[in-house]
Design a protein around this ligand. Sequence first.
Ligand code: GLU
Length: 306
Amino acid sequence: MTERDPSTPYRGRFAPSPTGALHFGSLLAALGSWLLTRHHDGHWLVRVEDLDPPREVPGAAQRQLATLAAFGLVSDEPVVWQSGRHPLYADALSQLLADGSAFECRCSRTDLAASGGIHRRCVAHDPARPPAVRLRVVDDTTVAFQDGLQGEVKQQVDRDVGDVVLRRADGFWAYQLAVVVDDAAQGITHVVRGADLLDSTPRQILLQRALGLPTPAYLHLPLIVDAEGHKLSKSMAALPVDDDAPLPALRAAWQLLGQPPTALDGARTAAVALQLARREFRPDRLPKVTSLTFAAPHNNHVAGAV
Ligand code: GLU
């Protein structure tokens, strides 16, 4: 792994996909990443990951940015939209194809059913089918990294993930490629995000190595789950966060991040709450767990949720 120079200024980011309103779990990730960035006097960037049109909801990206702004979470640099950056991903893919790290693959999901959907070698060769492009993951590829909150994480990528899709057969870029290219292009030194992406990190590190890019530091915050253990964003309880009354959700997120609720007592506006939060935040209080239960109140409002 390329070592990061500790004297490099901290650059953090929040990278939502515009698939709906910003829900409470995303707010928690945004706030956690913002607090850690501010704690290190760094730059905090927002990147819209709008590379999957079939999953996108029209207008969602603008609404997410408006929600972030209502919470005082504003990018320190112009917001980057992945949909405007195709040439960067194409260059990275060409590099990987040229040096043999990536290959065209015509296997469908059905073709891979026998190996549980995991691609280890091509089993279909129908030239009529449009190809996906995958990163070749050789046998016995174990990637380990030190997560800033979760400790050592290890994954045998060939066994657990297989060859990683970089460009889908439908022509769309895979998240894994775009996120690696953009984190490097934006000079991100610290990736702070939800623990649902913990097991994507080893393949992102492999891709960084294949592209000769530095590996940022990673910290995965607990995922907010509902009482049944479902990820909040996927469950019926996913609450749109209220732009007109940000304080209750902000307080709830602050507390779920392990910080003392009384620290925000004096705040009457989100701006003041964020100032207090920035001053009182201590990274060593972050909960070292991969999930936290959020009891969704029946009136569908975040107030009093914790
Ligand atoms: N766009 C991804 C998501 O919303 C997050 C990407 C990341 O933080 O690496 O789940």
